[in-house]
Ligand binder design. Structure first.
Ligand SMILES: Nc1nc2c(c(=O)[nH]1)N[C@@H](CN(C=O)c1ccc(C(=O)N[C@@H](CCC(=O)O)C(=O)O)cc1)CN2
Length: 291
């Protein structure tokens, strides 16, 4: 039997409609959320993502501020721009597009962003808040995965979840979010023994390793929900970390690539910007946009 295809494009479009309604409600109070996106260099994929972020920000009624800097921008100049955005009251969210050129210390730049404007949820303070169950800004990709999982499965408590990949951007925060929903969580990585066997124990399998078609059909428990975070550019086009053709024969539900997790990343960035704006203005968190 073929798995249910979890359509991230449709899910993200619905989410953006709700965000636009939240933005309209804020406009009634004279508030317009503002998102600043900083791109350093000319990485082609990053350029596409940043353009798309700007377009969708404007479409939901927010102000979009784009800062495109040359590849040889110094770390000092980038930090100065982040400081300027930190101080700008019209900017509620700041995102520095990753990856940064090699001569720039990514951690230093990210941690320069004020935690309350850190709509990526990458600063040490937000990471710590998420890990300790406090109100945090939550990284966009795992937040999008969580929304799709809850929509698909309802209550996640007691489910066995395996997250393959331990990056700061996806694997670790994904595991924290699943744990917060009382799933039993294992983080797997390159040194994990019997990875196929471990994956076969998962009711929820999240693949975030950055290796094309790494997870095979016979690694999947029949009926499991599979979330594929991979975005790998190959000669055959864009493919995920999961061998979709094999996996859909076994899984209960699965996200495709493209059109699965990817579109949710930008929708959740807008959700976080709305949340940051609400918090900055002493308003309650918008409903359904935070974990
Ligand atoms: N500061 C950040 N940098 C990066 C992040 C991030 O969350 N914050 N994530 C990724 C890139 N990314 C957003 O920035 C992103 C990746 C993919 C998509 C997406 O919609 N993908 C489509 C396919 C699009 C394509 O053809 O490339 C899909 O999967 O359907 C959106 C955003 C790294 N950097």
């Amino acid at each position: 039997m073929s798995a249910t295809r979890i359509d991230g494009k449709v899910f993200a479009a619905t989410l953006r409609t709700r965000i636009a309604e939240g933005v309209a409600a804020m406009a009634d109070r004279g508030i317009t959320p503002g998102l600043a996106v900083v791109l350093v260099g000319e990485d082609p994929a990053s350029q596409v993502y940043v353009r798309s972020k700007g377009k969708m920000t404007r479409e939901v009624g927010m102000n979009s501020y784009e800062h495109r800097l040359p590849d040889d921008t110094s770390q000092g100049d980038l930090l100065a721009l982040v400081d300027q955005l930190n101080k700008d009251p019209s900017v509620n969210g700041i995102l520095v597009q990753l990856p940064l050129p090699r001569h720039i210390d990514e951690e230093a730049v990210i941690n320069e962003i004020l935690p309350e404007k850190d709509v990526d949820g990458f600063t040490v303070l937000n990471v710590g808040r998420l890990a300790t169950g406090q109100k945090a800004m939550v990284p966009c990709t795992p937040l999008g995965c969580l929304m799709m999982l809850r929509d698909q499965l309802g209550d996640l408590s007691g489910k066995n979840a395996v997250v393959v990949g331990r990056s700061n951007i996806v694997g670790k925060p994904m595991a924290q979010l699943l744990l917060r929903d009382s799933a039993t969580v294992t983080i797997a990585h390159s040194r994990t023994q019997d990875l196929p066997g471990l994956c076969r124990s998962a009711d929820i399998l999240v693949a975030a390793v950055g290796r094309p078609h790494f997870v095979k059909g016979d690694w999947i428990k029949p009926g499991a929900t599979v979330i594929d975070v991979g975005i790998n550019r190959t000669d055959d086009g864009l493919v995920g970390d999961v061998d979709y053709a094999e996996a859909e024969q076994v899984a209960g539900a699965i996200t495709p690539v493209p059109g699965g997790v990817g579109p949710m990343t930008i929708a959740c960035l807008l959700a976080n910007t709305l949340t940051a704006t609400a918090r900055a203005n002493g308003l309650p968190d918008p409903e359904g946009l935070t974990p």
